[in-house]
Design a protein around this ligand. Sequence first.
Ligand SMILES: Nc1ncnc2c1ncn2[C@@H]1O[C@H](COP(=O)(O)OP(=O)(O)O)[C@@H](O)[C@H]1O
Ligand SMILES: [Mg+2]
Length: 418
Amino acid sequence: MIDRLDRRLVAVMLTDMVGYTALMQADERVGLDKRDRYMSALQSHHDAFGGTIVQRLGDGSLSMFPSSLGAVLAAVAIQRELAAHEVPVRIGVHVGEVIVEPERLTGDAVNIAARIESFAVPGGVMVSDSAYDQIKNRSDVDVVGLGRFRLKNVGRPFELYAVSADGIVVPDPWTLEGKGERFASLPSNLPDPGGPLVGRADDLTSLAELAREHRVVTITGPGGVGKTRIAIELGRLLAPQFLDGVAFIALADITEPGDFLPALADALDVKEAEGRTLGEGIATLIGDKKALLLLDNLEQVVSAASQVAELATTCPGLRIVTTSRTPLRIAAEWEYPLAPLALPPSSDPDSIESLMAYPAVALFVERARTIKGSFELTPENAGTVAAVCRRLDGLPLALELAAARLRLLSPEALLERL
Ligand SMILES: Nc1ncnc2c1ncn2[C@@H]1O[C@H](COP(=O)(O)OP(=O)(O)O)[C@@H](O)[C@H]1O
Ligand SMILES: [Mg+2]
C-alpha cells in the first residue's frame, strides 16, 4: 500500500494566552481586544517568517515552520509585539515529523510541542533539544539550558532551552512547572547546614572559579577548619550551573578504599548489574551530564583517588569537589588549602564593630548567643573574646566548642582554661 499521508519534518509551534478565560469573565472588551492583538501578531509574524497557522483555538494556536530558526525568530517577534500590549502568551517550539492534513497536524511531535509549551512562561519562548540543535550555531539567537525534563507520556528525557533575547522572559530553571517534571539524573541532596555561613566570601569566589576550571578540586585543611561547611555552600552556589544534579556524598564512615565505589553507587542509586563494574555503572549514569559531586571526608580513602580520577576523565560535564585533610595527588586535581577564619590582630584593641568584622569573632559571638541568649560583645569583654579567638587559631569547630562553655563560664574564666 502506498503511504499517501503527507509526512514532513517541521518546526511545530504551539502558543496559548494565559488567563484568557478569567480575563473574559472579568472584562470582555479588554479580553477580546487582547485576543485580537494576539491573533494579529501571530498572523503577521508567521507571514514574515514563512510559518503556516494550522489551527486557531479559542486562546491558542498550532502552527508549523520549515525550520526551527524561522519559528524561533517569529516567536521572538510575536512576544516583543505582545509585551507592548501586555498580552501574556506562552510559546513552545519543537522539531519533529508530523502528518499534514488540511487544518490539522498530527503526530508525536505535536504532543511533544504541547508539553514543551506547557513549561514556557508568559512572555517566554521554550524550545526542545531538537529545535535547539538547529539553531545552536546561530550567533543571532541566544538560548539558555534549563536542564533535563521527563515530559508526561513521552518516552525519552528532554533537554529544555529558553530563548534569551531583548524583551523575552527567561524563566528561573528551578521554578519551572509544566506537564512533566525535572529529570534529576543525580540526587540533589545538599544537607542543611543549620545556620548561616560566617565570612568565607573570598574563599567561595575562588572555589567557584576553580570548580569551573578544574575537574577535581580538593579543599584541604585540618579537622574543624570548615571544609564541609564551605563545600555545602559551594554546592548551593553552583547548583544553577549543574542542572543535572548536585550530589553530596558523606564518606566520614568509609575507611576501606574498597568501600568507596559501593558507597558512591549507593548514594547515586546505581545497582550492581551483570556485565559491568560498579564504576562503569556510575560513569554510565553520569555520562555527559552537567553534574557536581561533593565527596566529603575523602581523607580515609585517598587511595581511592584513581577511581575519582577515572570518573573525572570519563564524564566531561562532571565536576568533583572533595574535602580531605590531605590532597589526592591526581593530575586533574587542584588543591585549595582552606585557612581558619580571619582573626583580629593582638595589637591595639579595636572597636566592637571592627572586631565583629573578623569572621572568627563573628562566629564565636553568634554561637555564644545561641547558647546564652543574653550574650553580647561589650567594651569590657571584647579584648577577652578576641584573645579566645586567637588562642583557638580561628578554628571554627574549636570556636563552637568554646562558645558552648559560656553556659557556665565567663569569657575570662574560659580564656584561663584554654
Ligand atoms: N564559615 C562558617 N560559618 C559558620 N559555621 C561554620 C563555618 N565554618 C565552619 N563552621 C562550623 O564549624 C564546624 C566545623 O566545620 P566543618 O565544616 O565540619 O569542618 P571540617 O569539615 O573542616 O572538619 C561545623 O559545625 C560548621 O558548621
Ligand atoms: Mg568535614
